[in-house]
Design a binder for this molecule. Sequence first.
Ligand code: FE
Length: 341
Amino acid sequence: MSVKHALTASTAAAILAATVLPAFAEGELNLYSSRHYDTDERLYTDFEEMTGITINRIEGNADELIARMTAEGANSPADILLTVDTSRLERAKQAGILQSIDSDILERRIPGYLQDDDNQWFGFSQRARILFYDKEDVENPPMTYAALADPQYEGQICIRSGSNVYSQTILAAIIAHEGEDAARDWARAVVANFARDPQGGDTDQLRGIVSGECDISMSNTYYFSRAIRRDVEGVSDSLDMFGWTFPDQGGNGAHMNLSGGGVAAHAPNRENAIKFLEYLAGDQAQQYFSAGNDEYPAVPGVGLSPSVAALGFFKPDDIDLSKVAQNVSTAQQIFNEVGWE
Ligand code: FE
């Protein structure tokens, strides 16, 4: 590992601007990543040992990495962008900082619904966005996303901001399934059921259940699995009070989102970049990649880590995420219209 920068959001911009990587160097790969998990070290060192390719890493806040690649343009040394969320991968595509690639391995290993239609991005692990609730206070927990709009849950629901990418992607999926008007009606009714103004991240929604401020919260699965695996303040001590539902099990299935990435538009080391993505689709790498953030592997048949398996089996929504991504700007518009701030 010749370059590594672990960044906090506040210092990221300044350090990013000052970091210079060689554009092309045989046997190198320049990785722009917003991931920073301990198991990723194994992921990178295994690849380096297998291929002799050295990974130069730039780690930072996802939106800042996208901004940096955009600003660098054709001079960008970036070979790969790794980030989270379908909305953000789509934003990277729209910004023109990714390129289409042909890979039989990726086509064979990564299910079609977890890939961009133009092969500009690929999902390498999945997270479900599901409902958690206070078992004592909620007798009839919502079993569908649609149920969150039911007046019986007035004043009970905590969920994060409409400006957040996870919110945008799930509403984009609802638009894809139900249409724009139904999605708007749903969003408006959910706002009417808020326990509080949207605030904080997904862990804060879980903490809200523990503190009693929220009865029902929406969160990505890995935040809860993380609290099972290790101590998460304000959650891990109270795991017993949580119930959860994987929504829409009789219908479309639970909404899935992605960690993923693609090859940079101007990748100086393009062949190495494709090799790296193909490596990420291998069984061992899939295990490291998903376990690092308590996620579900993208490749079918790869084992789950214990904290992930603890949530149980469920039916995922296998709608094409490339189609979902096309609704993201409409989703943002709806959030603004209904006051989901
Ligand atoms: Fe997250």
